[in-house]
Design a protein around this ligand. Structure first.
Ligand code: NAI
Length: 211
């Protein structure tokens, strides 16, 4: 099937579909209508149909969506049908919290190592995954097939470390350091700012107060 160019808005909604479908699959649900999925996800049935029609439409009239098929296809679109090795740079509070979250592995994101400059962290392991010193980073990247790096180090250090990562083959940066990175076009950067969602929450609370 020829795949149409999918809009960024649709792509940004796919992880949520994937999550809901994964839950349905786990609960043993084989098929679901767009209206039932719409009730579950609190989006309109027409939005669901529009979104999923981007992929040629997995729904069949009167049958609904085959949960497993849809889950698998969305997984493929999101690149979750293969595994991705990743590392974490900065093994402080946030880096360790991410490393402790085992569920990334279930989606195929395999944490291979953490890196830090603090000698007190040398030899520490998190869920069996070692923290290495940053001076080992280049060699590690040469000898391991690492696709993604999470940056959870001080923002003043993020740019220089990102350059080392990219020069040594890392193709995706999951950037938690609050600084903009300007990297070659073939490197994908996803910036995360948890506080943005907190501010959105605060905004919505304020709106409620006004009602
Ligand atoms: P932290 O101070 O607990 O951890 C930072 C770690 O980075 C330390 O272990 C430190 O030794 C290490 N480090 C320093 N220079 C390094 C280098 N050149 N290479 C490798 N590691 C190095 O700080 P925390 O709370 O874990 O935050 C880490 C970063 O993430 C900060 O930049 C913070 O602003 C950011 N952050 C971002 C959030 C977001 O939503 N985007 C949320 C929370 C923190």
């Amino acid at each position: 099937m020829e795949q149409r160019k999918i809009s960024r808005a649709v792509i940004s909604r796919l992880p949520r579909y994937y999550r809901y479908l994964g839950d349905l699959l786990e609960a043993g649900v084989e098929r679901i209508s767009s209206s039932d999925l719409s009730k579950k996800m609190h989006v309109t049935a027409s939005q669901i149909r529009q979104d999923l029609n981007n992929f040629g439409g997995f729904g069949q009239q009167g049958y609904g969506y085959n949960v497993k098929y849809l889950y698998t296809e969305i997984g493929k679109i999101l690149g979750l049908d293969r595994s991705h090795n990743f590392i974490i740079i900065g093994a402080g509070n946030l880096g360790q919290a991410l490393a402790n979250y085992a569920s990334f592995e279930r989606s195929g994101f395999i944490l291979k190592s953490l890196f830090d400059v603090n000698p007190r962290l040398e030899g520490v392991t998190i869920r069996g995954i070692p923290v290495r010193m940053v001076d080992e980073l280049k060699d590690f990247l040469k000898n391991n097939d690492i696709e993604i790096a999470a940056l959870t180090l001080p923002k003043s250090k993020a740019i220089e470390v990102a350059d080392i990562l990219v020069d040594n083959g890392v193709k995706g940066i999951w950037n938690f350091a609050h600084t903009d990175l300007s990297l070659p076009k073939d490197v994908v950067v996803e910036n995360v700012h948890l506080s943005d969602t907190l501010m959105k929450l605060s905004y919505n609370l304020c709106q409620q107060d006004k009602e």
